[in-house]
Design a protein around this ligand. Structure first.
Ligand code: HPA
Length: 248
């Protein structure tokens, strides 16, 4: 089974990995993926903002993306998400592995079971992110000497704007640790599709009001540019550790 990657802001290509484009039809629409081999394993790479990063978070077809990865039998799936840090000890450049999320999205289809007459499914999201996959990523990050915060709470906003400082204070009060725009409903749909899924977050900035500077998309991209080599080393190390005969 191929290992799936969902690339986020600043990671819409996998430099150095030879991949071939493929269009995957799904009942939610077509999905452009890239397939190839990395560290001896079959992989599928799906840049969620498109390979030219033209899709904003609220425009992404999350249903199609997860359905495409499921139809390619990807397991596990590692999603990469740029986030703002709500907690001060999560510094720009640090990694974070959420174990819970808070959903503040507003207008996104939240289920794969949405057809008239579909079975009624109440999915359990007690443990939305695969504990084994999170552990594997954390161990490889430690091996590489990278700072990785575990068991963080990911707050997902609708975007495409950044948050107000008042919203960030509210999220902090509610227990949020990092904030982004793309984690939900992706993780929920992965749960519905019964895909072992984890989100590897890269803190690209302090969230609004935590840093005294106004936030810019350039800042997010610059930090991702700096982090990309370490991130790629980590992903490659994780790929090498996944046993395809005993998927995570
Ligand atoms: N807020 C929301 N999404 C983000 C941020 C942020 O501060 N940084 C990167 N993605």
């Amino acid at each position: 089974m191929p290992i799936g990657f969902i690339g986020g802001t600043g990671l819409s290509q996998l430099p150095g990995v030879e991949l071939e484009g493929e269009i995957v039809p799904t009942r939610f629409g077509e999905v452009a993926v890239q397939r190839g081999r990395w560290a001896g394993q079959e992989i599928v790479f799906l840049p969620r903002h498109g390979s030219d990063e033209r899709l904003a978070a609220h425009q992404i077809n999350y249903q199609a993306n997860i359905t495409a990865l499921k139809s390619l039998e990807c397991s596990p799936v590692i999603a990469i998400n740029a986030v703002g840090a709500i907690r001060e000890d999560i510094e720009p450049g640090h990694l974070a592995l959420p174990n819970q999320f808070l959903d503040f999205t507003r207008s996104r289809p939240q289920t794969l079971f949405d057809q008239p007459g579909s079975e009624v499914v109440y999915i359990d999201v007690t443990e939305p992110y695969s504990p084994r996959l999170r552990r594997l990523i954390a161990e490889q990050a430690w091996e590489l000497g990278l700072v990785v915060h575990q068991d963080v709470v990911y707050v997902c906003t609708e975007g495409p704007r950044f948050e107000t400082p008042a919203e960030i204070r509210m999220f902090a009060t509610l227990g949020g640790d990092v904030v982004g725009m793309t984690g939900v409903p992706e993780v929920v749909l992965a749960c519905e599709a019964q895909i072992a899924y984890a989100s590897l977050c890269v803190a690209t900035n302090y969230a609004a009001g935590i840093s005294s500077q106004p936030l810019t998309a350039e800042e997010v991209h610059e930090l991702m540019d700096q982090c990309r080599p370490d991130l790629l080393r980590l992903l490659e190390a994780v790929v090498a550790q996944v046993d395809p005969s005993a998927p995570v």
